[in-house]
Ligand binder design. Structure first.
Ligand SMILES: [Zn+2]
Length: 363
């Protein structure tokens, strides 16, 4: 969301991007030729006791903070709770709910223009926006629901706190946040994503304690919005013979494509390496499932390998043939799973990011 640059000291010096940077991520600001960041690799923040009391909103914010901890850089956020006095420019890094500041959420930051390090960063969420903390995918905008996912926006704002600016070149959380999300089995989770974690590794260095983290998402970058955000749409299904996108049987709450039994199709999904090792070679599989929950219990359609550097998300297609045995009218889900069978120790125990899907209906 919108960000303000407030310069803490006297002079505004001409900033420029570090040349030769091969990552798509961009710093939130530059100063004396350096990227603005924290002087240590930790940002200590406190959340309003009014806005984040014990309960669901605190848990949602806490979960987002922990994902910024589990990524493979040294950067982390320490969040304390029950702050009774929050405000801009008070020398403390704080999180609270407010309204009438012209954006669904905002991060204001201050930095010392001599040391190029942050002196304060504050995150505000607009309490008139239909945010929800839920992980139920069907309740959230990107999967046909009525609520904006709080955690994707929080992930984006904490990305600003880390020192990341808006990015439009690739699928990433510093673009449109609510369409940078992972879903499988009816649950949707926010995550920092490959581009943002490669950014914080570049800013703060690699963390020796990091684990691997792989993901598959059914979203892709489709363009750039005003303000330099990437715009995202769902990944697609193509006719392998013609290369054309297949027609939709329905588009709401989620896209479901029309296919023919025996047809050769190309399944498009986004694969991400968000963990310690780069590049990482990982096992992957394409599945055919009777529901939108891609697991190892589903029918394996293909085994393949992905060798993925930790830089930018990898959008690719896999060609598979729809079984001739599927009856007309059958509703199914094609999906892919990475690190399957599990060979790597990943950051999140439930490996929730490791698979995703696209719906199909047999003509
Ligand atoms: Zn923003």
């Amino acid at each position: 969301m919108r960000l303000n640059r407030i310069f803490y000291l006297f002079a505004v010096l001409a900033g420029f991007f570090v040349s030769g940077q091969s990552f798509a991520w961009v710093p939130i600001a530059t100063c004396n030729g350096q990227n603005v960041k924290w002087s240590s690799s930790n940002a200590s923040m406190s959340a309003s006791g009014v806005g984040f009391p014990v309960g669901d909103w605190r848990n949602a914010l806490s979960e987002t903070v922990s994902k910024w901890y589990n990524q493979p850089s040294n950067f982390s956020i320490s969040m304390s709770w029950d702050d009774a006095s929050v405000g801009l420019g008070n020398g403390q890094n704080e999180v609270w709910w407010s309204s009438n500041f012209g954006a669904p959420a905002i991060t204001n930051f201050w930095y010392n223009t001599q040391t190029c390090t942050f002196t304060e960063a504050d995150v505000r969420f607009d309490n008139t926006v239909a945010y929800h903390f839920t992980h139920t995918a069907s309740s959230l905008w990107p999967y046909g629901g009525g609520s904006r996912p709080f955690q994707t926006t929080a992930m984006h704002e904490l990305g600003h706190v880390a020192g990341l600016g808006h990015e439009g070149d690739v699928y990433n959380i510093m673009g449109e946040d609510w369409t940078h999300i992972h879903a499988n089995c009816g649950l949707a989770y926010a995550y920092p994503g490959e581009d943002a974690v490669s950014g914080v590794v570049a800013l703060y260095g690699a963390w020796a304690g990091a684990l691997e983290e792989l993901g598959v998402a059914n979203w892709r970058r489709t363009g750039v919005l005003g303000g330099g955000y990437s715009d995202h749409s769902r990944t697609r299904l193509f006719d392998a013979a013609t290369g054309a996108e297949l027609p939709l049987w329905s588009s709401f709450p989620e896209p479901v494509y029309r296919v023919n039994a025996g047809q050769s199709v190309r399944l498009e999904l986004t694969y991400e390496n968000m963990g310690k090792t780069t590049p990482l070679l990982a096992d992957a599989r394409v599945y055919l499932s009777t529901n939108n929950c891609i697991t190892s219990l589903d029918t394996v359609m293909e085994n393949f390998w992905v060798s993925q550097s930790r830089d930018v998300p990898f959008l690719t297609t896999r060609t598979i043939t729809i079984p001739t045995t599927l009856a007309s009218g059958s509703l199914r889900w094609l999906g892919a799973s990475i690190d399957d069978p599990a060979a790597h120790s990943e950051s999140y125990d439930n490996d929730y990011e490791n698979a995703s899907y696209i719906g199909i209906r047999v003509n």
